[in-house]
Design a protein around this ligand. Structure first.
Ligand SMILES: [Zn+2]
Length: 334
């Protein structure tokens, strides 16, 4: 009896140990496994990213229906065709009926690098800008569309520079860059009229069965002295990816930007994608770490005002975001 009991206990212990070690070695989601592979990583050029933001700003506001919107769509699809090849860029068209009944021609701009590979990730930003400035201190300006250097322009600028790098240094896995239209169209509180492009894309996937490992959204990633706390929905849907990116930033000395604080939960394109497609997607977004009992996310003073122009952009921030993402993509994905 005793011997048998010891034997059973031993077997159970061994099974428990094996299960325990298996849990430790094999993550639940193998798409979110990371390791330092010791590979060389190409350099990110912040001057180039800055230039790509300037180019967008020069078209004027890029709100749906505007001349700037039309010209920017041409500029972005043309630039991405130069970097990814003309066959690897797709503009996904859709329309949206606006608040006053006008029908807007809109488009998500998608570029695929190494399209032959099944193993993929996606990088996201919104390329439209807000048609109004309700936070502007001057009431006379609140109905006018904003320049959107940081809100819109910065994420696109960083991704255009990444596209240039992917052309010269093919990434070790497939990368899709998705620039969504109509993220910032909605009036305050009217979530149905925000995220138009990501919602359309999620409901109408251009490639059926598309299943990248994860997505990273960049929204307001260019301001001098930006703060990127660990955004709430990102922690909910892809905590391993957040951990890895913030750890890379710490190792690179960028923990002054990628601060180790829990952020607010911010409704943005990644919120739509997580809920509608299940692709684990995070958001790197400049906002202030919430104080206790604070309910709304707190954004910088220039947010949704006419002050969101090139003056707020700092190359050090663009450099940090670019360095961290390139280290992740070229060297950390298992
Ligand atoms: Zn915005």
């Amino acid at each position: 009896m005793t011997g048998r009991l010891i034997h059973t206990t031993l077997v159970v212990s061994i099974i428990l140990m094996l299960t325990w070690s298996a849990c430790n070695q094999e993550p639940k989601d193998p798409g979110l496994a990371f390791v330092d592979r010791g590979r060389e990583v190409p350099g990110f050029n912040a001057d180039s990213a800055y230039y790509f933001i300037e180019r967008q700003i020069a078209f004027g506001p890029r709100n749906p229906g505007s001349e700037g919107h039309r010209r920017t769509m041409e500029y972005l699809s043309g630039s991405l065709k130069r970097f990814a090849g003309p066959q690897a860029v797709y503009v996904q068209p859709f329309t949206h009926t606006g608040y006053t009944g006008e029908i807007y021609q809109m488009g998500n701009i998608i570029a695929s690098f190494r399209p032959e590979l099944g193993d993929r990730i996606m990088l996201l930003a919104h390329w439209d800008t807000r048609p109004r400035a309700e936070k502007d201190p001057d009431p006379a300006l609140r109905n006018r569309p904003i320049p959107g250097a940081d809100d819109g322009g910065s994420g696109v600028g960083v991704l255009l520079e990444m596209a240039r790098i992917f052309r010269d240094h093919p990434p070790p896995l497939g990368v899709d860059i998705l620039l969504f239209d109509g993220e910032d169209y909605g009036r305050e509180g009217d979530l149905e009229y925000y995220f138009l492009g990501s919602r359309y894309w999620s409901n109408n996937p251009p490639v059926s069965g598309y299943r990248p490992r994860f997505g990273i959204l960049l929204d307001m990633v260019g301001a001098r002295d930006a703060l990127f706390p660990r955004e709430g929905f990102s922690m909910q849907y892809a905590p391993r990816l957040v951990d890895e990116i913030w750890e890379i930033a710490r190792q690179m000395g960028y923990d002054n930007l990628f601060i180790d604080r829990k952020g607010s939960s911010i409704a943005d394109d990644h919120w739509i994608i997580n809920r509608k497609t299940g692709i684990p997607t995070i958001n790197i977004i400049h906002h202030l770490p919430p104080r206790p009992l604070q309910t709304d996310a707190q954004f910088p003073d220039y947010w949704h005002t006419h002050a969101d122009d090139m003056d707020v952009i700092g190359k050090e921030t663009l450099q940090a975001v670019g360095d961290v993402l390139l280290e992740l993509i070229y060297n950390r994905i298992r």
